[in-house]
Every structure is written in structure tokens, then in C-alpha cells.
Design a protein around this ligand. Structure first.
Ligand code: ASP
Length: 341
């Protein structure tokens, strides 16, 4: 079999950072030096092409325009490579992975995001293992020559997660990600053990690139005693076309009349509300408790077991398409690329 061809895109993040000798702060370094730090890359049995953002960024600077820049690169090169690796800061990696999963549908090739908690130049770095295994996964094929992973995934500290199912859960542990509502796609040990039943397979005939995102999406995390009026600007369809509310437990919220009025008015104006849980695992079940049946009555959509990252980016994707509110709601009720159960 020919060597698999992999396109690796460096966007920034700790993995490619060094200490600024003057300030001691972490700053991005020239990607060309990546090979100096990980000479093992040259020994992998892959044809690796690397490209870098001209100005690598800390992933806190990530935004939908930059997601589009990444997605453009993958869409333009989709036919030319067997797999793709994106080096990315871990802070917002779950948002990027979720956004890319909705933008790049019908994938039959892997798009693997990875990064690290310690810069690649440091002795105890987790970056080397993450980088090397991510490339191996992007290159892995089955006996028929088809890619094993055919979706957007995050590889971090020996685990491969579905991109739109994981969240960053630790600011300092090497095990920085978790996917509480969906089992890992693979676990790397001596070999990479794929969890074949968990791998996503598209039913779309071809790869389809959705480049448009609408960023007028809001997020309201409720808490006991929150002043609904303080969040009035979120319930304005001129600026917020769709709103994610993070509720308690199985999708519950206080029966505060002011809050209910805001919700009702907003939905009547043509806004869309998607209900996700603040809990890190489990799902919204609207109507299970009396404190959530109001949502069903007025037309709030249950986000079931969506992560907040997937909820926000799914809305950006759907509102960005030229489709009716009813179609958006219909698509919110179904999984597009394995993002919910
Ligand atoms: N602040 C960094 C970033 O997300 C952290 C990391 O790379 O893990 O870009």
C-alpha cells in the first residue's frame, strides 16, 4: 500500500509554544522548528505535508472566521490527502471540533485535532505523544483500504474522542478532555485499540462543505436567583437569532414569571431556544419535572445530551443556512453527525 498522505495544519496553542526569554510568558514559535523538536515525525510511515497559520494563535482567539479558514483548507485539500491533523490550543478545541463536524459533513476521512498541556520543547511534554499518535490515527486504514476514523475527532492523552461529544475538563491535567455521554472512539496503548461500534459513518453520498455560520447565537447559564431582566438583551432577535440555555439537571428552570415572559416573547419574535443541561453527563428530558414542562408548552427545543460546545456551534451552522425556522428545529431534533443520542 502507498504511504498515506497526511496534511497537518498548525494553528497555534501550547503545543507550539516556547518561553519568551524576555518576559517568561508563553508565546508561539515558528512552526518550521516543530521538526527539530519531534524528529520522530520523519520516521513515521506517512507522507506528511505541514502548513501553518501565518500568525499562530492561542486558541482563546479562535472565532468562526478562523474555523472557516481551517475548514476551507480541509475542503480545498479533501481529495488530495488521506487524513488531516490540526494542531490547536486545548482551551477551545472542543468548540472548534464541534464547529468543524457541522461544517465538514459526509466525511470519509479523519480530521484529528490535538494539542498539549505542556509546550513541545519541554522535557515532560505531552505534546510529542499526542502529535505522533494523532498522525498515526489520521493515517490508519482498514484491510479494504478505507479510513478507520471518518469524522472529526480529538486525540488527547491516549484517548480519541468524537469531536462534538467532548469538552475540556482540566486546566492542568494531561487528561484534559472527557466525553461523558459517548464512549471513546479509541484508546492508545501498545496498539491503538479502536472502539469500532462507536465510530461514526455518514449516510450522505458525498463530502459536503457548509461554509456559512451565523454568529448571532447566545448562551445563558441560569443559576438560583438570576435576574432575568439583567439578560434582556439575549432575548432580542435583532442580535440573537438563537439562544442556548444551560439549565439544571434534566432541563429544569425556576418558574419565575419574568423569565417565562422573556422566553415566550422571544419565541414569538421568531427566536429559537435550545435547552442543554449544566450537568457534565446525562440528558435533558423536558417535561419529566413540572419545572421543565413550560419549555415543552412554548416550543423550547430539548438539546438532549448535547454538550454546550456542540449546541452553540450546531445553532451557528443551522442558522447560517438559508432554511426556515421549522427546518432548523427539525434538524435540532436529530443528530447530524453523531453529536447527540
Ligand atoms: N491557552 C492555550 C490554548 O488553548 C492552552 C493550550 O494550548 O492547551 O491555545
Amino acid at each position: 500500500m502507498a504511504q498515506p498522505s497526511i496534511l497537518m495544519l498548525y494553528t497555534g496553542g501550547t503545543i507550539g509554544m516556547i518561553n519568551d526569554p524576555k518576559t517568561g510568558q508563553l508565546i508561539s514559535f515558528d512552526f518550521k522548528h516543530m521538526h527539530d523538536h519531534v524528529p520522530e515525525i520523519n520516521r513515521l510511515n506517512v507522507a506528511l505535508t505541514t502548513i501553518s497559520f501565518e500568525h499562530p494563535i492561542d486558541s482563546s482567539e479562535m472565532d468562526p472566521k478562523t474555523w472557516k479558514k481551517m475548514a476551507d483548507i480541509i475542503a480545498e485539500n479533501y481529495e488530495n490527502y488521506d487524513g488531516f491533523v490540526i494542531l490547536h490550543g486545548s482551551d477551545t478545541m472542543a468548540f472548534t471540533a464541534s464547529a468543524l463536524s457541522f461544517m465538514l459533513q459526509g466525511l470519509r476521512k479523519p480530521v484529528i485535532l490535538t494539542g498539549s498541556q505542556l509546550p513541545i520543547g519541554t522535557i515532560r511534554t505531552d505534546g510529542k505523544e499526542n502529535l505522533i499518535t494523532a498522525i498515526e490515527i489520521a493515517a490508519d486504514k482498514d484491510e479494504q483500504g478505507f479510513a478507520i476514523v471518518q469524522e472529526v475527532a480529538v486525540y488527547f492523552e491516549y484517548s480519541l474522542y468524537r469531536g462534538n461529544r467532548c469538552s475540556k475538563i482540566s486546566a492542568n491535567q494531561f487528561e484534559a478532555f472527557a466525553s461523558p455521554n459517548y464512549a471513546e472512539l479509541a484508546k492508545a496503548g501498545v496498539n491503538i485499540a479502536y472502539n469500532y461500534n462507536q465510530l461514526f459513518r455518514t449516510n450522505l453520498p458525498d463530502f459536503k462543505y457548509y461554509s456559512q455560520l451565523n454568529t448571532n447565537v447566545g448562551l445563558l447559564k441560569i443559576y438560583p436567583g438570576f435576574p432575568a431582566a439583567g439578560f434582556a438583551s439575549l432575548f432580542d432577535t435583532d442580535t440573537i437569532k438563537a439562544l442556548v440555555i444551560e439549565t439544571f439537571g434534566a432541563g429544569n428552570a425556576p418558574s419565575d414569571q419574568a423569565f417565562r415572559n422573556y422566553i415566550q416573547d422571544y419565541l414569538q419574535q421568531g427566536g429559537i431556544i435550545l435547552n442543554v443541561t449544566q450537568c457534565s453527563s446525562g440528558a435533558v428530558q423536558q417535561g419529566k419535572y413540572q419545572t421543565s414542562s413550560f419549555f415543552n408548552e412554548v416550543g423550547v427545543v430539548s438539546g438532549k445530551d448535547l454538550t454546550t460546545e456542540a449546541a452553540i456551534t450546531k445553532l451557528m451552522h443551522l442558522v447560517g443556512q438559508n432554511i426556515s425556522i421549522d427546518e432548523v428545529i427539525e434538524k435540532l431534533n436529530h443528530s447530524l453527525c453523531g453529536e447527540m443520542g
